[in-house]
Design a protein around this ligand. Structure first.
Ligand code: C5P
Length: 222
């Protein structure tokens, strides 16, 4: 696989995209792009309530933002203004802020440009909500992962606990549902599978099973 190529992984919160995207990137020795982290970092840096600012004010603030990606596999490092992103952005609260800024057209336009620029020169496993539909419509491989809400909340709880962050399952179910509803129903780049994406319901599959299924698919078509 010498030519640059893109694998897209889209799906709702807590479905296991990050774990799988990292493993796929590691397997194929290419970079991993976490676009959710780009929206989280944007919301974190602009601050609470920034989604209600005027377009002009948001555009001016974004002029000072520059994302870059280095390394590959699980060692891929995403930076904003040359500072690597940290786990501070990984809370559900920042997830909701991210979902709020992600509804703003100028923010989406900015992210589209930044993400496409990274994908222009670098082979990627790109994960997010609109990778297969909007950002990389010509990607070689497109997957859309889904799972029941409760299972996704449980996975997210384990993830947060591993990071040493407190989590409550019933609260997570409500938060994830609210965020997903907003992501699915926004007018610009809503969360949905691309027409040519392979849809995988991971509710009853473990991570190894899903990983094997995606790798098999990619190998059979390469
Ligand atoms: O994937 P993650 O949970 O980190 O994403 C945070 C939020 O960023 C999502 O709920 C969604 O609103 C937004 N997002 C998006 N488009 C992407 C990736 C994330 O709108 N490609």
């Amino acid at each position: 696989m010498a030519e640059p190529f893109i694998i897209t992984l889209d799906g709702p919160a807590g479905v296991g995209k990050s774990t799988l995207a990292k493993r796929l990137a590691e397997h194929f020795s290419i970079a991993y792009l976490d676009t959710g982290a780009m929206f989280r970092a944007t919301a974190w840096k602009l601050g609470e309530g920034s989604w209600d600012w005027s377009e002009d004010k948001i555009t001016k603030a974004l002029d000072d933002f520059s994302f870059s990606l280095a390394g590959q596999g699980s060692a891929s490092i995403l930076s904003l203004n040359n500072i690597a992103l940290t786990d501070d952005i990984r809370t559900e609260q920042v997830g909701m802020w991210a979902s709020n800024v992600a509804r703003v057209t100028v923010v989406r336009d900015f992210q589209k440009k930044a993400q496409r620029e990274i994908g222009r020169t670098t082979s990627l496993v790109a994960e997010g909500r609109d990778m297969g539909t909007v950002i990389f419509p010509d990607a070689e491989f497109k997957f859309f992962l889904d799972a029941d809400l409760e299972e996704r909340a449980r996975r997210r709880m384990l993830q947060l606990e591993e990071m040493g962050k407190e989590a409550d399952l019933s609260q997570l179910i409500c938060q994830i549902k609210e965020r997903d509803d907003q992501d699915r129903n926004r007018p610009v780049a809503p969360l949905k599978p691309a027409e040519d994406a392979i849809i995988v319901d991971t509710t009853k599959l473990d991570i190894n099973g899903v990983f094997d299924c995606l790798v098999q698919h990619i190998k059979s078509k390469s």
